[in-house]
Design a protein around this ligand. Structure first.
Ligand SMILES: Nc1nc2c(ncn2[C@@H]2O[C@H](COP(=O)(O)OP(=O)(O)OP(=O)(O)O)[C@@H](O)[C@H]2O)c(=O)[nH]1
Ligand SMILES: [Zn+2]
Length: 292
């Protein structure tokens, strides 16, 4: 039988199968020789050992189409990154770093700006909207008033979505308005939300309905753990990557080379100046790092 790992604790994996039953499994399959560890989100082949107690054994891990380190999860259709338009004001630099990370792992990202009911929205609206120019889907919502929640609901339907966002942006409120009675289906999404910060949290996919799964990630401070070569950074800004091979120099890094079409696009307003400035800042950081 095939199923999906939704949780892994202490050597046990919880696998939801096509029949809707969750089996508690150990991993003793042949894949162990291949030195891969099962991840939450993995689609697996299981052998059922005990129908009554719902026990099984993971026999094989089906190929992954992507995976993330933090949170550790495989086969992610998308991430929804939540920021507030105000209170707290969006940290666009943090957003850009998050987006790089997702591009690196080839996980599509939907950017969701919450708290549009607040006055402060006017100050950040234009920059928030400019992310569509970078190629991202941008949603505006208010968990408080319910504005846009239906659109977000449609975005996550039938997909496996990782929710991320810095503290205080209203991620929990958003999840609660999406799934007001989630604990019925997920075995305690709202309970989980209320448990707060002091509980050790492990990655866990929550089954919403047919083919719809979500994962809530607590905070995301340790973003920049993976190595990137400065010269590869341009690949992870979609609006910059679009210019690959078009500048005067084929290997142009779009920093200070003559005949750079990216710099021209920035001065013409086709590429966001703020995004480009973040690109240059991070590029220089990566260059500096290499000297050490
Ligand atoms: N005005 C307004 N306030 C909101 C909205 N959504 C959430 N808030 C408020 O923002 C604060 C933070 O909301 P939470 O849902 O706890 O935020 P969180 O992102 O889960 O924060 P952490 O628990 O720290 O990770 C709370 O006081 C909420 O009432 C919204 O759409 N509009
Ligand atoms: Zn260039």
């Amino acid at each position: 039988m095939t199923g999906k790992i939704i949780k892994g604790i202490g050597g046990f994996y919880y696998v939801v199968c096509e029949n809707g039953i969750t089996y508690e499994c150990k991993a003793k399959g042949v894949f162990r020789n291949r030195k891969i560890k099962p991840l939450v989100g993995d689609n697996v082949e299981i052998e059922i050992l005990d129908e009554e107690k719902n026990l099984g054994n993971i026999e094989d891990i089906l190929p992954r189409f992507n995976w993330l380190n933090r949170p550790a999860v495989a086969n992610v259709d998308q991430t929804v990154i939540i920021f507030a338009v105000s209170a707290p004001a969006p940290n666009f630099n943090l957003l850009d770093r998050f987006l790089i990370n997702m591009e690196q792992h080839e996980v599509p990202t939907v950017i969701c700006f919450n708290k549009v009911d607040l006055e402060g929205f006017r100050q950040s609206e234009d920059i928030c909207r400019s992310y569509t120019k970078s190629g991202y889907e941008v949603l505006f919502i208010s968990a408080e008033s319910g504005y846009g929640i239906d659109v977000l609901e449609a975005v996550i339907k039938g997909k496996t979505t990782v929710f991320a966002g810095p503290s205080g942006v209203g991620k929990s409120s958003t999840l609660n308005s999406l799934f007001p009675d989630a604990n019925v289906q997920t075995g305690g999404l709202s309970e989980k939300i209320q448990r707060g910060k002091h509980t050790t949290r492990h990655s866990e996919l929550m089954f919403v309905d047919d083919d719809t799964y979500i994962m809530d990630t607590p905070g995301f401070s340790s973003l920049y753990t993976e190595e990137i070569e400065a010269e590869d950074l341009k690949l992870y800004f979609p609006e910059i990557a679009a210019y690959t091979g078009t500048c005067k120099f084929n290997m142009c890094n779009h920093i200070s080379e003559p005949g750079c079409l990216v710099k021209k696009a920035v001065s013409d307003g086709r590429i966001s100046k703020m995004r480009y400035d973040d690109y240059v800042m991070i590029y220089n950081e990566l260059k500096e790092k290499r000297k050490w």
